[in-house]
Design a protein around this ligand. Structure first.
Ligand code: HEC
Length: 186
């Protein structure tokens, strides 16, 4: 007959098994990315220098800066706004995100079809916009977005880290004036 001790031991062993099962599930739930160009897999890599925010995003697909910027707009200027200006995004998208030779990113109704809606519907999510800025786009609007993520071999110039891109997305969200739902704040 099984003694009380061996039942306890068996219970403990099955609990440990359960815990390790949860741990494995969490690892395999890491965010996986697809290219906005052609829906192929986008091999964004984690790096040793990733910030806690970048790590969180690569695990969960949720950009922590979007809600942090909405809660405290004083963080934006030295964060995503500065990066947007420094990296030449404003040269094409405008200093106020109003769109110059590329679509408006604030979507409040300038010229052209894409001044009121996203060229790529997936850009209504932070994960989708991260994929567009990281891996570039196909040119549906008539112009092409270059790939920026530094962990992709084909990135332009010095590239941008995952953390930089997440901050820039937080800034773009904070400037949104369109009439679509702000799904990224959910
Ligand atoms: C050389 C001009 C140019 C530069 C510089 C540039 N973009 Fe773009 N961007 C474009 C064009 C053109 C498109 C539309 C692409 C398409 O239709 O496939 C676009 C599209 C986008 C979109 C998707 C817009 C939508 O409505 O779906 C985002 C977001 C974006 N760019 C962010 C950025 C950020 C952030 C930077 C700086 C890191 C940047 N862009 C730099 C030209 C540029």
């Amino acid at each position: 007959m099984l003694g009380f001790k061996s039942i306890k031991a068996a219970l403990l062993i099955s609990m440990l098994g359960f815990v390790s099962l949860i741990a494995t599930t969490q690892v395999s739930a890491a965010c996986s990315f697809v290219s906005t160009k052609d829906s192929s897999a986008l091999a964004i890599k984690g790096t040793d220098t990733d910030t806690p925010q970048a790590k969180e995003f690569l695990e969960t697909c949720i950009n922590p800066y979007t809600k942090a910027y909405a809660a405290d707009p004083t963080l934006i200027k030295a964060g995503g706004k500065k990066l947007f200006g420094y990296n030449g995004c404003s040269g094409c998208h405008g200093g106020k995100l109003e769109g110059v030779m590329a679509p408006s990113l604030r979507k409040d109704g300038g010229q052209g079809a894409f001044d009121t809606r996203w060229v790529y519907a997936k850009n209504a999510t932070d994960k989708g916009m991260f994929e567009t800025i990281s891996g570039g786009s196909a040119g549906v609007s008539g112009g092409v977005m270059s790939p920026w993520n530094i962990t992709l071999a084909e990135h332009v110039g010095d590239g941008l880290t995952t953390d930089d891109i997440l901050k820039i997305i937080g800034y773009i969200r904070s400037e949104y004036r369109g009439d679509g739902e702000k799904t990224w704040l959910k």
